[in-house]
Design a protein around this ligand. Structure first.
Ligand SMILES: NC(=O)c1ccc[n+]([C@@H]2O[C@H](COP(=O)([O-])OP(=O)(O)OC[C@H]3O[C@@H](n4cnc5c(N)ncnc54)[C@H](OP(=O)(O)O)[C@@H]3O)[C@@H](O)[C@H]2O)c1
Length: 265
């Protein structure tokens, strides 16, 4: 006796199992924003490969995500500044996940602007972590996804990259470079079935901003994570989060330079 297809579908493929096929690589998984996003994906039954440089923190995040419903969690401890190790790390992650649907790049440093103004080595380190290392990772992953004609690259840049300001222009330059790279990469790979999402958060309450003046008024990390997860699902190109940063940055980008150079921003 044959089984009715509709009955089979109802029993064999619950919605949660469909999402469990999502295989997600997270670089900088101990970041506050990444962790909050991974909690959403874990609750939906995703498979996660988490990369972070702090072994203890990474193990705690992995254990939490398992409890929250992740289908599969594996980890690798790595300093992502070490670009020579990227190919081996990324191949290992994809092997562990037995495929890759989404790569989420979240690692980054704010750096110390005044030290970076005084010492080029400090500036170069910020540029390396926030720009050069992501370019290395994205080049490898984009080529992998283009070969398979599928995949999503979701990358956290920043509104700080939309216009250089005296208070954080080295960090801003690293994110401006990253946003420009992502725009060009999207222009290359979108026609190959690969989505590139540029995520531009305004100030968010995480470890990165906890010592900043007024940080209690910054955006809630869980709300930011919900917007990011939705933008990934919708295969968006760019996400300003919270959304009001899109018109704010439009205005800031369009302030004439003769005025802007006199502002204390
Ligand atoms: N918070 C904001 O207001 C804000 C606004 C716009 C954009 N962003 C961007 O959002 C992303 C996430 O930041 P967050 O707010 O979640 O801050 P966070 O909690 O401080 O996360 C930053 C993460 O990057 C990791 N990291 C830094 N350098 C690394 C390296 N060389 N190798 C491996 N991991 C490294 C840190 O690891 P450790 O824990 O080991 O230090 C940390 O987990 C960053 O790219 C940041 O620039 C944040």
């Amino acid at each position: 006796m044959s089984t009715q297809p509709s009955a089979l579908a109802a029993h064999a493929v619950p919605a949660r199992t469909i999402y469990a096929s999502k295989k997600i690589l997270v670089l900088g998984a101990t970041s506050g924003i990444a962790e909050a996003t991974c909690r959403i994906w874990a609750a939906e039954g995703a498979s996660l490969f988490l990369v972070g440089r702090n072994a203890e923190k990474l193990a705690a995040v992995a254990a939490d995500l398992k409890v929250r419903g992740a289908h599969y969690v594996d980890t690798a401890v790595a300093d992502l500044d070490d670009t020579a190790k990227h190919p081996e790390l990324l191949a290992h992650a994809i092997n562990s996940l037995t495929g890759l649907d989404i790569a989420y790049l979240a690692h980054g440093v704010l750096g110390d602007q005044s030290h970076a103004e005084a010492d080029f080595e400090v500036a170069a380190q910020i540029l390396h972590t926030n720009f050069t290392a992501p370019v290395s990772i994205l080049t490898w992953l984009a080529n992998h996804m283009v070969q398979r004609k599928a995949g999503i690259l979701a990358v956290i840049s920043s509104v700080a990259g939309d216009r250089g300001r005296k208070s954080n222009y080295v960090y801003g330059a690293s994110k401006a470079g990253l946003s420009a790279f992502l725009g060009g990469l999207r222009n290359r790979v979108d026609r190959e079935g690969v989505t590139v999402l540029t995520i531009k958060p305004g100030p968010v309450k995480t470890a990165m901003t906890s010592s900043m003046k007024g940080s209690e008024k910054f955006a809630d990390v869980n709300a930011v994570a919900r917007s990011i997860a939705a933008a990934v699902s919708a295969r968006k190109d760019t996400l300003y989060v919270p959304f009001q940063w899109q018109p704010i940055m439009f205005i800031i980008r369009n302030i004439p330079e003769r005025v802007f150079k006199k502002l204390n921003l």
